[in-house]
Design a protein around this ligand. Structure first.
Ligand SMILES: *Cc1c(COP(=O)(O)O)cnc(C)c1O
Length: 393
C-alpha cells in the first residue's frame, strides 16, 4: 500500500495495458467463439520430439538448473541448424545462447544493448513485445510503417533510410513478419544491410517464422548479407518451428561479444529455463529436411483454406508469404474500426480475431485491419470460415 498519489505502474510501462491476446482469448472463452486470435497451433508438434522431452524428464536430464547459456547439446544443434540451412557458422560455446523463448531473447537483447534515449527502428505493425521491451530498456521506438501494396505489405526503403538519426542504435527486424506475413526480399535485405553498415547500426532480427514461408518466397537470414554477421543478433524459437509454443525454448546466435552482452542481461531475467525441453529441441533441430518441407506445405494449405473462406465472406485479404497469420481489411463491410469489429465478431458469428490497429503507433494506419490465425485444425478452420459467411449476407 502507498499513500502517495503516484501511479504504481512506472512511467516506462504506463502506456501498456493487458495484451490484446489475453483480452481476445478471454472473450473467446466467455463467448465460446472459435479463437483465431492468438497464434498457437491446436495440434502439438512431432510425437518423437514430445517423447524426447518425456525421456529427458524421466532420465533426470534437465530437471535441475541447466547451464546458463543452455545445454551443450542444444547449442550444438542450433549451430548445426544455422550451418545446414543457411551456411552460417557459429561457435556453439561462445556464439549461441538459449533463452526462455524468443520473447526473452528480445527482452535480454534490448536490455543489454540500449542506453536510455537510444532510438530503435522497428516495422509497424509490430509484434507487441517489441514496444514494451524497448520501453523497459528506456529506449525510444521509431516505427517504419509497412504499407499495403499490390495485395501485400511492403517496406518503403526511403522511409527506412529517413528514419535513421544520430541517435539510432539498432534496427529491430522481423521476417517473416507478424502480423502482415511479409517476407523481406533479397533486394530489401540487401538495402537494410547496406544501411546498417553505412550508419554503423546493430541489427536484431526476429526470425521465429524462418520455417514458415510459402509459395516461392525464401527466408534469407540477415546475418548472411555482407558486413552483417558481426553486427546482427539473430533470434529463433522452437515454439513456432516445431509447434511447441508452451515449451518456451528460444535462442540467439551472434558474435561472442554480442552474445556475451545479451547473456549478461538474460542471466538476471530467468537465468535458465525449460531444462528437459532443451534436450527435446536439440533433437528437433536435427530433424531431416522432410519434416520442415511437410510442415510448411501443411501450413500453406491451411493458409489457403482460411484465405479462400475470408475472401468468400467478403474480406479484403492480404496474401501472406509466411507466418501463421492473414491480415484482412474490413472496409468492404462498411466497417472502419477493427477494434470494435473484433469485439463484436463473437456475437455476430462466433469467431475471435485480432485488430491490427493495436500494433501501430499511428492508430489510423491500421484502423481497418483484422488478423486471423490459420495454425488450426482443418475442421476448426472450416467451421470458422463457414460461420464467417454470415457476414456476407
Ligand atoms: C510468437 C512470436 C515470438 C515469441 O516467441 P516465443 O518463443 O514463444 O517466446 C516472438 N516474435 C514473434 C514475431 C512471434 O510471433
Amino acid at each position: 500500500m502507498t499513500s502517495s498519489t503516484r501511479p504504481l505502474l512506472n512511467r516506462r510501462l504506463a502506456e501498456f495495458g493487458t495484451t490484446i491476446f489475453a483480452e481476445m482469448s478471454a472473450l473467446a472463452l466467455r463467448t465460446g467463439a472459435i479463437n483465431l486470435g492468438q497464434g498457437f497451433p491446436d495440434t502439438d508438434g512431432p510425437e518423437e520430439i514430445r517423447e524426447a522431452a518425456v525421456r529427458a524428464l524421466r532420465d533426470g536430464r534437465g530437471n535441475q538448473y541447466p547451464p546458463g547459456p543452455g545445454i551443450p547439446e542444444l547449442r550444438a544443434a542450433v549451430a548445426a541448424h544455422q550451418e545446414r540451412r543457411y551456411g552460417l557458422s557459429y561457435d556453439p560455446d561462445a556464439e549461441v545462447l538459449v533463452t526462455a523463448g524468443a520473447t526473452e531473447a528480445i527482452a535480454a537483447t534490448l536490455l543489454a544493448l540500449l542506453e536510455p534515449d537510444d532510438e530503435v527502428i522497428a516495422f509497424e505493425p509490430y509484434y507487441d513485445s517489441y514496444a514494451a521491451c524497448i520501453a523497459m530498456a528506456g529506449g525510444t521506438r521509431v516505427p517504419v510503417t509497412l504499407r499495403p501494396y499490390e495485395g501485400s505489405f511492403r517496406l518503403d526503403l526511403d522511409e527506412l533510410r529517413a528514419a535513421v538519426t544520430d541517435r539510432t542504435r539498432l534496427l529491430l527486424i522481423n521476417t517473416p513478419h507478424n502480423p502482415t506475413g511479409t517476407v523481406l526480399t533479397r533486394a530489401e535485405l540487401t538495402a537494410i544491410a547496406e544501411l546498417a553498415v553505412e550508419r554503423d547500426l546493430l541489427v536484431v532480427t526476429d526470425e521465429v517464422y524462418e520455417h514458415l514461408v510459402f509459395d516461392d518466397a525464401e527466408h534469407l537470414p540477415l546475418a548472411t548479407f555482407p558486413g552483417m554477421r558481426e553486427r546482427t543478433v539473430t533470434i529463433g524459437s522452437a515454439g513456432k518451428s516445431f509447434s511447441f509454443t508452451g515449451w518456451k525454448v528460444g535462442w540467439v546466435t551472434s558474435t561472442q561479444e554480442l552474445v556475451t552482452a545479451v547473456r549478461t542481461a538474460k542471466q538476471y531475467l530467468t537465468y535458465v529455463s525449460a531444462g528437459p525441453f532443451q534436450y527435446a529441441v536439440a533433437e528437433a533441430l536435427r530433424l531431416p529436411d522432410a519434416y520442415f518441407d511437410s510442415f510448411r506445405a501443411d501450413l500453406q494449405r491451411k493458409r489457403d483454406l482460411l484465405g479462400d473462406g475470408l475472401r468468400a465472406a467478403g474480406f479484403e485479404v492480404y496474401q501472406p508469404q509466411g507466418t501463421y497469420f492473414i491480415t484482412t481489411d474490413i472496409t468492404p463491410f462498411g466497417d472502419k474500426d477493427a477494434y470494435a469489429f473484433c469485439r463484436a465478431l463473437p456475437e455476430r458469428c462466433g469467431v475471435v480475431a485480432i485488430p491490427n490497429s493495436v500494433f501501430y503507433d499511428d492508430p489510423n494506419a491500421g484502423r481497418s485491419q483484422v488478423r486471423f490465425a490459420f495454425c488450426k485444425k482443418d475442421d476448426v478452420l472450416a467451421e470458422a470460415t463457414s460461420r464467417l459467411q454470415r457476414l456476407a449476407s
